[in-house]
Every structure is written in C-alpha cells, then in structure tokens.
Design a protein around this ligand. Sequence first.
Ligand code: MN
Length: 241
Amino acid sequence: MNKREFLKTGLAIGTGIFVAPALAGENILHKVETLPYNTGFTQIPLPYDYNALEPYIDALTMEIHYSKHHAGYTANLNKVAPDEGIQNKGIEEIMASVSQYSPAVRNNGGGFYNHNFFWKVLKPGGGNSPKGTFLKKINKTFRSFDDFKVQFSQKALTVFGSGWAWLIEQNGKLLITSTPNQDNPLMDIVTEKGRPLLALDVWEHAYYLKYQNKRADYIKAFWNVIDWEFIESRLERKDSF
Ligand code: MN
C-alpha cells in the first residue's frame, strides 16, 4: 500500500460516511491532513507486511502484536463503547477526557490509539534522520540528533514495567516523556500532555520473542525503522491532536 492509498484508507475509517463524500476529489490528501485526526475504533490496516521490518522487528512479533494484542484492545474498546456513550466520539476527544470514563476506556482506548499510531511511526527502510525544520527543532532542543537519540533511548529503557516512550510537542516545544501501561500524552490524567510525534512501545510483547530481556537492543533496532516523514507531518498539524 502506498502513502496515498494509506491516507485514503485512514480517511474512510476516520471520518465515516458523513464526511467522506464531501471530500472525494483532487484535494483529498490536503483535506485529510487538515481534518481533526480521528482514527475511529478500527485498526488501521498495517501499512506493510508482518515481515517488512525484519531484521529489526521480527514477523512473528508483528503478527501477534497486530492481530492479537492490538486487535484485543480494539475489540474490548468497541465492546464497552455503547455503555460508556463514546461510540460516536473521536478517539482523541475521548483520550482528552479519559478521566470521565471507566478504566476499560483508559486501558483499551489507549491501547487502541497507541498502536494505530505506532504502526505509522514504523516504516520498512526507514531510519536515517529527520530533515528540515524538524531537524532544526531537534538540534535546538536536544543539541543534536545523536543527543536526542541517547535521551529518547534512555527514557524508553527506564520505563518501569510496561509502557511507552514518546516525543511530544507541548506548547510549541519538543519534549521526551513516557507513560505507564497504555496511557498516552493526549490523556487528561497524565503529567506531561501534548501532541504525540514519535512513540515506542516498550511492553515486553513488542520485543520479547526476538530480544528477550534485552530491551536496549530492541530500542537500538528501532532507529532503523522510523518514518521521519510521518513524524514531521505530525509536527505540522494545526489542530491540537
Ligand atoms: Mn503493544
């Protein structure tokens, strides 16, 4: 699936029948990017094959991660959605007021959103480094891209137990942070809130088959499969998500 098809699919999932017909046309990509980022309660189609991130992330891990773990969070979120009155809300909106809902929404809504985001962070043949204004911002905030990598890796390494490491934009500034379990920086309950730019899943299910207890090796491999264009596109968004 190429980028254009991927974005179209994302649109169909995210906006449903009410918005999609009005957007059918030449400017579809532009309009997608200016819409509130709404993933709906559907797993995005994985934008690459399970084995596409080899040797950095192995095929079996990807398959189980996507088809069991992420699928499980998604199914559970859909199951509780009617009782919670959230079936017609965007996932980001739900995250932003997650304190008003049950722990099932926090855990499964977080798991649903975080993985949809994570699949887009990853890319076969990714890596290299960010470019342009984003790289300038990285250099300004962390001194250099290498320093940023060290700090982000350290944050990911020191998440105790299960959780996520993030690069977020907070009031126009870049910040490295982490969340426990399936919490994320969109949630009103977390200390460091902001717009997620980069995410790394450090749950053992994300790496244990290949790396066992060596989380540091998994983190090192992660730098080879990052889609910096996607992350840059997140930074350029005008809305709060
Ligand atoms: Mn995971």
